[in-house]
Design a protein around this ligand. Sequence first.
Ligand code: NAI
Length: 282
Amino acid sequence: KDLNGKVAFVTGGASGIGLGLVRAFLNQGMNVVVADIRDDHLEEATQLLYEHGSHCHFMRLDVADRTAMAAAADEAERVFGKVHILCNNAGVGSHLPMDIATYADWDWTLGVNLGGVINGIVSFLPRLLRHGEGGHIVNTSSMAGLTPLPSWGGIYSTSKFAVRGLSDSLRLTLGPRGIGVTTLCPGLTRSNIRESEKVRPPALASNTADGAPEGSFAHTGMDPQELGEAVVRAIKRNDGYVLAHGENRASVQAEFDEVMSYFSMEPVTDPDRLNAMSGYEQ
Ligand code: NAI
């Protein structure tokens, strides 16, 4: 796929992994909409990407706001004509122990991490299908969407498992229609995700204490632009996943092995049960 001249829309695009995606797309000669909820991140990104001039368009967007997402899609089309690549990347790294979390804690994390992806799909997918030039959707899940985190990461893992499931189903749905879907599952990547509480809406405030182990989400890890370049390669090959963090491979393998170990080994011979599965399995 030649991405030159095509248009990408990246949520959470003004920081961390989103900014890495933006840079990688600009390297391909694309036009990019950088959408983010934080004004300071947008200002910094505007300066960092200054040299790209009119190839970048910046906008303030809360992905959890459905009306705003539809307006953002309108604005992107007004500025660049069409959107070809949608990156539902915005996410918050909440560390709210699931055993003591409030409804506000659940609603905030799921509203952004899962709701934001759904809102992106509902607003943009009909437009991607309508223009007929093909397209690609990249949804940012996480290693925490493959291997569950304990208590303090439980709400986050719930959201990221959901994004992975959504993406895999969407890939099956859209493959035959010329739209690729890739699930991005990063491991530790340099970003500002520790500051997520700053963007929690006051209406969803709660007193649940941050339960993350000290230093576990330090600003260390992979360079986001390296991850962005891996995503570009995955889009070109229409890969289902980007799993660029080899250091997490063994734990994912152990997780899948454990799930498989629970399968019944009893052979199924009942024709009713076998017939009932046809149409559901790939
Ligand atoms: P980041 O905090 O540097 O970037 C996320 C951006 O999203 C920020 O600029 C923030 O202002 C924006 N944002 C937050 N809520 C928003 C909303 N409601 N609407 C629009 N924008 C919003 O963090 P990072 O790490 O780059 O996060 C990007 C994605 O990567 C997230 O989905 C995160 O869960 C995921 N991820 C990050 C990992 C890491 O190690 N940094 C590992 C695995 C997944």
